[in-house]
Design a protein around this ligand. Structure first.
Ligand SMILES: Cc1cc2nc3c(=O)[nH]c(=O)nc-3n(C[C@H](O)[C@H](O)[C@H](O)COP(=O)(O)OP(=O)(O)OC[C@H]3O[C@@H](n4cnc5c(N)ncnc54)[C@H](O)[C@@H]3O)c2cc1C
Length: 427
């Protein structure tokens, strides 16, 4: 006979931003027993910054104070505004977009945030060096097979295992056209630099509090923003390319000469030389990373007792700074559903309801982000490097991401869950 009092057992595969955020949320619920399995030796990764827009802040708020606190303990800095300019003459310095924030958008060092997200989680719930390689349905749920030869059984599995993970394959099948991410046609190179050093080279004017500065140029883009309670800046250079990167080629070594070459069309730029000096002065270990996206959208994010969230579901280019934000929204909606689970059989409806409300929401920014990248690289069709056209094409591109009414979204998710539960009782 089934034990009616036992906890519902949930496994999360992947200890990145999505997985750790979700686990922190689920810690609130005594009826759930949750464990996380991460393939790497530890759950914190090296990495640059992520910006968390108002939608991400709202999702964190709904998830609870522990999550909001983690962001602030990680040294998040409010972006008071974000300014993009033309980076080369004849229109150098012309402002093409100026987003005035209300302080709700924040920039945070990714590794610092992951480390804060780990702190509230009891060690017994986290397992590292646990690469998931296979999943099998069994009478009492799903059996997980790990690379080290071990197995575990859970009632449900949430794949937060990013673009390199396994869970998307389990859901879609190994031959599905939407399985693999595609190279989006951009690579970028990032460097973290002490703010003092950047000020010495570029001058104080680019470091007014909380301002993100970007420069649009010929087929490429430069940007910097402030992190770590104002101690560090993140420099980003991004380039649109016709060259292809094959899947599995995750980075290329890079140097100052390569950077100069990539920006060689920026003749007569008042900012390029300084930015290259800042970039390379503090970091001799530069790498170029390709940008991947799920340009072929998944027709579903779930298969019975398994679902995917975050980049495993909808990887997007970083041009609208939204991949992490929508991953946090995913976590919030699953938290909303799993809170209501009374027995393991309801997991399937919870995952279906999650899929219903989240798929349309999360696939739109995948497409929008790539177009934004082309515009920021001065290659928007009919836009080019014309300041007025750039202004028009950029000014409202973030509205659909930030304007989500999170409380209404939660209500929609709850309605979908209630409908699916009623149906499954009738069935
Ligand atoms: C350069 C860059 C800049 C970005 N900037 C922003 C930004 O400013 N704002 C924003 O919102 N988003 C940004 N993003 C996007 C954001 O970083 C991602 O959307 C977000 O990190 C996704 O989190 P995730 O947890 O889904 O995936 P990941 O962070 O990729 O985590 C997946 C985890 O799963 C583990 N894993 C993989 N396979 C397995 C397996 N088989 N078994 C177990 N574990 C496994 C991995 O080791 C990893 O720890 C940026 C992305 C990039 C690349």
């Amino acid at each position: 006979m089934e034990d009616q009092t036992r906890k519902v057992r949930i496994a999360i595969s992947g200890g990145g931003l999505a997985g750790l955020t979700l686990l922190n949320g689920l810690l609130k619920y005594p009826h759930l027993s949750v464990e996380i399995f991460e393939s790497a030796t530890n759950c914190s990764e090296r990495g640059a910054a992520v910006s968390l827009g108002i939608n991400a802040q709202n999702a964190l708020h709904e998830l609870g104070p522990v999550l909001e606190e983690a962001v602030s303990l990680a040294g998040a800095i409010p972006y008071n505004s974000s300014r993009a300019m033309i980076g080369l003459r004849p229109n150098a310095g012309s402002i093409v977009i100026e987003l005035k924030g209300d302080g709700s958008e924040k920039g945070v060092h990714r590794a610092a945030l992951l480390s804060e997200l780990l702190k509230p989680i009891p060690q017994i719930m986290t397992h590292t060096n646990k690469k998931l390689i296979r999943v099998q349905e069994c009478n009492d749920g799903v059996r997980l097979f790990f690379e080290d030869g071990t197995k575990e059984v859970f009632d449900g599995l949430i794949g937060a295992d990013g673009i390199h993970g396994y869970c998307r394959e389990y859901i879609l099948g190994a031959e599905h056209a939407a399985l693999k991410p595609h190279f989006a046609g951009f690579w970028d190179c990032r460097s973290l630099v002490p703010i003092q050093k950047a000020k010495e080279v570029l001058g104080e004017k680019y470091f007014n509090d909380g301002l993100q500065h970007a420069w649009v140029g010929h087929g490429s883009y430069l940007m910097h923003d402030v992190l770590d309670n104002g101690e560090t800046i993140q420099c980003v250079s991004s380039v649109e390319t016709d060259e292809n990167w094959s899947l599995g080629e995750w980075k290329r070594d890079f140097d100052a000469e390569g950077l100069k070459e990539a920006f060689s069309k920026w003749t007569d730029s008042p900012i390029l030389e300084g930015m290259i000096e800042v970039f390379t002065g503090s970091n001799s270990d530069l790498r170029a990373y390709p940008q991947w996206e799920h340009s072929v959208h998944a027709p579903t994010y779930t298969k019975r007792w398994v679902c995917v969230i975050g980049d495993a579901a909808h990887a997007m280019t970083p041009w609208q700074g939204s991949g992490a934000g929508v991953a946090l929204e995913d976590a919030m909606i699953l938290d909303t559903h799993l809170q209501l689970i009374k027995d393991p059989h309801q997991i399937k409806s919870a995952f279906q309801a999650y899929d219903q409300v989240r798929r349309p929401r999360t696939q739109k920014p995948v497409d929008s982000s790539k177009t934004t990248g082309r515009i920021f690289c001065g290659r928007g069709p009919g836009v080019g490097l014309e300041p007025e056209e750039l202004r028009k094409s950029l000014c409202s591109r973030w509205d659909f991401i930030y304007a989500l009414d999170m409380k209404q979204h939660k209500r929609d998710a709850l309605d979908a869950f209630a409908d699916l539960n009623t149906q499954s009782v009738v069935d």
